[in-house]
Design a protein around this ligand. Sequence first.
Ligand code: HMG
Length: 368
Amino acid sequence: MTDTDTGIASLGVQLPPLAMDVEVLAALRGVDPAKLTVGLGCREMALCPEGYDVATLAAGAARRALARWGGSLDQIGLLAVGTETAKDMSRPLSAWLADALGLRGAVRSYEVKHACYGGTLALRQALEWRWSGAARGKAALVVAADVALYAPESPGEPTQGAGAVAMVVEAPRVAEVSRASFSYSEPAFDFWRPVGEAYPRVDGPLSLECYVKAAARCFEQLAAERGGREALARLHAACFHVPFPKMVKKAVAGVGEALGLSDAETAAFFEQKVEPTMRWSRRAGNAYGAALWIAVAQTLAGLEQGTPIAAFSYGSGFGAELMTLTAGPDAAAGAWVAEVEADLASRTLVDADRYLALRAAERGQGIQ
Ligand code: HMG
């Protein structure tokens, strides 16, 4: 196999064993549940129990992707983890993951940080490493993993979540990824977490504005190169980073405006090609870097080979990238779906007391 024969060879998703219905959070915080379910479009947020962290999630997703890939660890020459859930200011999360997997030797192992965009950057680097020939036939293991927690009682709290998606980058059995991608970045303080602080600071309205702008600018580039309406019509689906589902609807409205679509065309695009991609996202909450890839994993499953989809990645600060993927021969079987459905079916929905205890335990673990 040549290095140019590259794409996503295998996928693994891991969700944690706890979750909370946002209506329970609404009752706890004294807000109208419709604000969270209708206003934000949220349903449940995934949560980690004590002792289960971002490294646990990353290792779970990686083991699933590796088991399905069938290759051996000594075929992996690059391990990149995109995360904003730092365990250490220096030691990369990839070191915890390599330890869990028993991966060592001739491997470039590192962490990528760019808010929710880190996992996508790690994936693009792995693809480009293969396409460049530098991989010399080796595969890459890329993981996007995060635990998203906001300060208790802050506006972001209902949008919390957690999850990890691992991808082996080698033969395009699950999906091919377009070499061309459309990026946009602009420095902003929309969402950030100063060193030493446990929870992000957020300028909510600015964060919405930046996300919408980034989506519009990326889709404009796609439209300029591949046509506007025609390019959207060719897509089977369009997956977005999902901080909360209503955000995606707002972004699609911005894209429609930028591309000169009528309100009816924009609404149809959202309902037919975007809304259906967020079924798992509504159960996971915002898994930051993993959020887009959870939607992509759900969407690819069951697709016939060659079916095109789009993936729009956004990370605060801010940076964004839009790319297209086409389903590979293993997409139709969607072997990873059973694992995700099992994670969702077996997890415990916590009540308000358990939630408060979990939040208190964060402080016990050194999180202030
Ligand atoms: P808020 O201030 O609580 O909400 O925070 P709001 O007052 O703006 O209301 C939200 C919506 O609920 C509004 O709908 C209300 O009308 C509606 P809209 O007008 O916008 O369509 N509403 C109701 N609907 C039905 N019944 C009711 C009711 N009451 C109100 N009774 C905010 C919202 C998003 C700011 C907050 O959740 C937040 O700070 N979230 C975190 C930041 C975020 O997710 N930003 C998104 C873009 S940035 C991004 O995606 C990057 C990120 O993932 C981080 C990274 O990159 O690492 C966050």
